[in-house]
Design a protein around this ligand. Structure first.
Ligand code: IPE
Ligand code: IPE
Ligand code: MG
Length: 249
């Protein structure tokens, strides 16, 4: 932790929490056992992010494609979400963490949707870490949804097509008002994005680790941030320009 440069923290970290099922199966357990252990990691990582001073943390908890998993796993996960979300609200409030959900929430069972709405309302006044949970989320769904929102606005005469720029488009996404992730972490060895924040990750630094999500803890998060801090973010410019920009800051 001492090695972190607190002036160069990624403002927004996004995590694809992968490997719960494999972690469980490797020890002869049911996949759902891995999801329950994954919640322990969520708790630890959220706490660590708040402590380090990260402003936004987005966690990919359930994708649109995950609805196609065996029904027992989907039902088990929904139960786990409802139980966990309600139980965590007091701790979130104690740590001043504001909770928000992104995704196609209309697909969720009514009970789960109610738990999300309640926990969002109960933490809305918190001013510390913004914790964003992607649930029933996929980036293509989100982008298509944004296109529909904008098309409706044009049809209703509130928007002209020429006024649609990157900023207007970004504001029609579910991540409206949230800065793009600076660092994206994926656990458990897979090197892919799996339909996560395709628009928003345009210039994110990507970090992949073989550590399975249930084993991921604060030291792993710090390793990822240290790796991020060792990189030069050029945004299309040359290295010499970046160095000059830094000097003129
Ligand atoms: C990530 O772990 C959690 C969810 C997608 C809900 P997985 O369930 O994908 O675990 P693996 O990748 O099969 O090991
Ligand atoms: C991505 O993990 C979704 C979440 C972590 C919620 P998956 O395990 O579903 O992704 P793929 O199928 O390996 O690409
Ligand atoms: Mg997986």
């Amino acid at each position: 932790m001492e090695n972190l440069d607190l002036n160069r923290l990624p403002k927004h970290i996004a995590i694809i929490m992968d490997g719960n099922g494999r972690w469980a199966q490797e020890q002869g357990q049911d996949r759902l056992f891995g999801h329950y252990q994954g919640v322990v990691s969520v708790r630890k990582v959220v706490e660590a992010a708040a402590e380090i001073g990260i402003e936004y943390l987005t966690l990919y908890a359930f994708s649109t494609e995950n609805w196609d998993r065996p029904v027992e796993e989907v039902t088990g996960l929904m139960t786990l979400f409802v139980e966990t979300i309600a139980k965590e609200v007091p701790d979130l409030n104690k740590n001043n963490i504001q909770l928000q959900f992104i995704g196609d929430l209309s697909q969720l069972p009514a009970e789960a949707r109610k738990a999300l709405e309640e926990s969002t309302a109960q933490t809305a006044a918190n001013t510390g870490l913004k914790l964003i949970i992607a649930l029933s989320y996929s980036s293509r769904w989100e982008i298509v949804n944004a296109a529909q929102i904008l098309a409706n606005r044009v049809q209703e005469g509130h928007l002209i097509p020429e006024a649609i720029n990157e900023q207007v488009f970004a504001e029609a996404l579910t991540t409206k008002g949230i800065p793009d992730p600076a660092l994206m972490i994926r656990t458990s060895g897979e090197h892919r994005i799996s339909n996560f924040l395709l628009f928003q990750l345009a210039y994110a630094e990507l970090y992949f680790t073989n550590t399975r999500w249930p084993d991921f803890r604060k030291p792993h998060l710090i390793d990822a941030i240290l790796d991020y801090q060792s990189r030069e973010r050029r945004f299309g410019k040359t290295s010499a320009q970046v160095v000059l920009d830094e000097e003129n800051k």
